[in-house]
Design a binder for this molecule. Sequence first.
Ligand code: FES
Length: 277
Amino acid sequence: MFKLIENRPLVPNLHMLRVEAPEVARSVQPGQFVIVRVEEDGERIPLSVADWDSEQGTITLIYMTIGATTHRLSRLPAGDGLPTVAGPLGNAMEIDHFGSVVCVGGCYGIGSIYPIARALREIGNTVTIIIEARSSYLLYWQEKLKQVSDRLIVITRDGSGGLKGHIDNLPAIIERLPQRPQRVIANGCNFLMMRASEQTRPLAIPTIVSLNTLMIDGTGMCGVCRVTVDDTVKFACVDGPHFDGHKVDWAELNKRRQAYLREETIPLRSSAGTAEQ
Ligand code: FES
């Protein structure tokens, strides 16, 4: 069993889990993920690794409580264990000397963009982080993100923190930066990554997204994570999860992502019904 060190809400609907997984902590690289199971034979959930401590042998994951499994996970106390934490899986994010990079994060992507920004800045890139949320109470890790960036820009849709608006403001923000970015990297829900890619396409700025797909084995065997990129079928788990956002077939991805939404929430609705009786 993989022992839970910490498992607590960060903001509404988002939890932070720190779990002992020494093998993963020793070898994980920015942009990789793990597959977690809450119980033997339970659903497998892919989660990006948002931070790690190789000496303590722990990894940090940010997850959204969206379906029955993640709600079950959110109720586990520290000291409890998970039967599966498999990884690190997927390819690492390309970390190179790009010059100026804009890292965009929303929702759980605010967490998963952190190690990517850190690695890019460590080798000398100028890093601007932009985080986006509906309201300021949904933001987290701002101090942590400031430490790994040259500037942190906050966007809230209701204007309660930072700039008022949404990720569609990206071209205006980029225009005001001292240096034009050579690359944009976006992490978060598919909608955010799709919108960010739409904004950077006319600017011809290469944009890398970390796709959020359903997964079962995470090793290229089941085909569940199939996506179309540049008219070619790819498996997000082994070919990705990072792809050129300008070449992703977003309509197909969103359709596939929602295929099991109803089934995921049925157990929640039935337990709510039972509790009310
Ligand atoms: Fe099975 Fe990718 S999760 S092929």
